[in-house]
Design a protein. Structure first.
Lengths: 117, 114
């Protein structure tokens, strides 16, 4: 079964550094997402992306965050200047359909654990 | 503002018995509900969903019930198996916007004892 793949599985960075988290969504999917889960907390929506642009973002997704689909397969999340509170598990997800479809569960990758020191 | 709540952080059941996981929501705009299962070091995996036009959806050992008037849904697993031990997340979305933008509950850790 096709799956969403994320690299790296664990990223350690120093506060203030830029990080790029990478994802390869399922190949025929059209909608792409980033979610995060701070340790012990709930899974939170960050951003959705469709047709090469952000379709929706949460208040967490501030100017320090950006997403890009640089080619036909990769989907990246960049954090420009990391803060301690950015430490979390970041999940990429994709769906075939979005919007009014009721048959579009999220397919998640296994996540990248980001540790900011 | 917790729009999706799972009030039981953990649940322990005996193998072969029924597991019932509960979820409450407050946003009346939610019209699509999903359950995800998560093992350690893995991403959430879709389990079963239900739209607000239904009150029950069944898939093998898993059944989700929706009570719209009470803004409550539950996941029944019967019979429970040790491999079902995982964290279960309830999620909800407002289908008229973006069905992939889901609001998750805190999760319930299910332990099925052999």
């Amino acid at each position: 079964e096709p799956e969403v793949t994320q690299t790296p599985s664990h990223q350690v960075t120093q506060m203030g550094q830029e990080v790029i988290l990478r994802c390869v969504p399922i190949s025929n999917h059209l909608y792409f997402y980033w979610y995060r889960q701070i340790l012990g907390q709930k899974v939170e929506f960050l951003v959705s992306f469709y047709n090469n642009e952000i379709s929706e973002k949460s208040e967490i997704f501030d100017d320090q965050f950006s997403v890009e689909r640089p080619d036909g397969s990769n989907f990246t999340l960049k954090i420009r200047s990391t803060k301690l509170e950015d430490s979390a598990m970041y999940f990429c997800a994709s769906t075939l359909q979005g919007g009014m479809s009721y048959n579009s569960p999220l397919h998640f990758g296994n996540g990248t654990r980001l540790t900011v020191t | 503002d917790q729009q999706v709540k799972q009030n039981s952080p953990s649940l322990s059941v005996q193998e072969g018995r029924i597991s019932i996981l509960n979820c409450d929501y407050t946003n009346s705009m939610f019209d699509y509900f999903l359950w995800y299962k998560k093992y350690p070091a893995e991403g959430p995996t879709f389990l079963i969903s239900i739209s607000s036009i239904k009150d029950k959806n069944e898939d093998g050992r898993f059944t989700v019930f929706l009570n719209k008037s009470a803004k409550h849904l539950s996941l029944h697993i019967v019979p429970s198996q040790p491999g079902d031990s995982a964290v279960y997340f309830c999620a909800a979305s407002a289908g008229h916007t973006n069905a992939g933008k889901s609001t998750f509950g805190d999760g319930t850790t299910l332990t099925v004892k052999p």
